[in-house]
Design a protein around this ligand. Structure first.
Ligand SMILES: Cc1cc2nc3c(=O)[nH]c(=O)nc-3n(C[C@H](O)[C@H](O)[C@H](O)COP(=O)(O)OP(=O)(O)OC[C@H]3O[C@@H](n4cnc5c(N)ncnc54)[C@H](O)[C@@H]3O)c2cc1C
Length: 283
């Protein structure tokens, strides 16, 4: 028996809906019943095979239709490197706008995930080129020094921003200590309240969430909160019950290794990971 594989599958199973679109729909329905919206992602990244990219676009097309048919309260989120960034900018832009059009027709919002620091400028360019769009948003990472300027240009273009701490290695482009990342997150969050109208505070950090709730009252702005499925579902449902708008990022598919390792790194304090594995995740 492959013990490592079995452990990996068990761990991934906490965060990932399952291999098929229908698995994501089933989990999405359960989360919707608990008052939570979903951000569904088809797993896959760094794709260089054109046939696989085409299959990915087809999966997103089917996913959008299934979400509409099943009246799922949710959006989708995709990675540039799964829809053509590893081939060339033209293919990426064509595929991105194809998905935006399909989703727009069905009233579904499309988030762009943010990947490694070297890809950030191109991803922001892709997003801004597609504006103005009401159904498109982009992720911005607080561990990067450039993010303040990016928030200003995206907010000026009327874009929607999902603020995260960042899941890759920021290297020379960013802050490496947890304290510095948290400080920058806090500062960018204040910028968002001042400059932007559509944004999501995507973190499990309760101090930041509490602060955002306070700011949303002072600025009289209704905002969204985002968390990853399987980490703090109970807390997310409590927040939703208290009247906040909360979405859970919900991946599905079979390409789960990279996603799972990023989550394991974040929970690398063994206690944190154990807590998320065994905490009551009843929603
Ligand atoms: C909706 C959403 C979308 C995202 N999209 C992107 C993206 O496009 N690009 C990108 O680079 N990153 C993305 N991320 C990931 C993000 O950058 C962080 O890596 C991740 O959210 C963990 O950081 P944190 O803000 O929760 O803070 P942390 O300080 O890492 O965690 C705060 C608390 O949350 C709990 N926690 C967090 N992660 C774990 C874990 N894996 N296991 C157990 N407990 C944990 C712990 O209690 C911890 O103390 C996204 C995150 C969310 C919520």
């Amino acid at each position: 028996m492959d013990i490592t594989g079995a452990v990996e599958r068990f761990v991934a199973g906490r965060w990932i809906a399952g291999p098929e679109i229908q698995d994501s729909i089933k989990v999405a329905k359960r989360l919707n019943r608990a008052g939570l919206s979903v951000i569904i992602n088809y797993l896959g990244e760094e794709i260089e095979d054109k046939a696989k990219i085409k299959k990915t676009i087809d999966v997103y097309k089917n996913l959008i239709e299934e979400m509409k048919t099943n009246r799922i309260n949710g959006s989708i989120s995709l990675k540039p490197s799964q829809i053509g960034s590893r081939i060339n900018a033209a293919m990426l832009a064509e595929n991105y706008s194809k998905i935006l059009d399909l989703a727009e027709k069905e009233g579904i919002f499309v988030w762009l995930d943010m990947e490694q620091p070297e890809t950030v400028a191109k991803t922001i360019h892709l997003y801004l080129d597609a504006m103005p769009r009401t159904n498109a948003g982009i992720c911005i990472q607080a561990y990067l020094r450039r993010s303040g300027k990016d928030i200003s240009s995206i907010a000026n273009a009327g874009g929607a921003i999902r603020l995260v701490k960042g899941a890759y290695n920021p290297g020379i482009h960013g802050y490496s200590s947890r304290a510095d990342v948290e400080r920058n997150y806090r500062s960018l969050m204040h910028d968002l309240f001042i400059k932007a109208n559509r944004f999501m505070i995507a973190t499990h950090d309760r101090r930041l969430i509490r602060e955002a709730i306070g700011l949303s009252k002072s600025y009289k702005k209704t905002i969204q909160y985002g968390m990853l499925n399987g980490i703090e579902n109970k807390y997310a449902a409590e927040l939703a019950k208290s009247g906040e708008s909360v979405s859970l990022y919900l991946p599905f598919g079979t390409d789960w290794t990279e996603y799972s390792y990023r989550r394991l790194r974040e929970g690398s304090h063994a206690l944190l990971l154990a807590a998320s594995l065994f905490r009551n995740q009843s929603v």
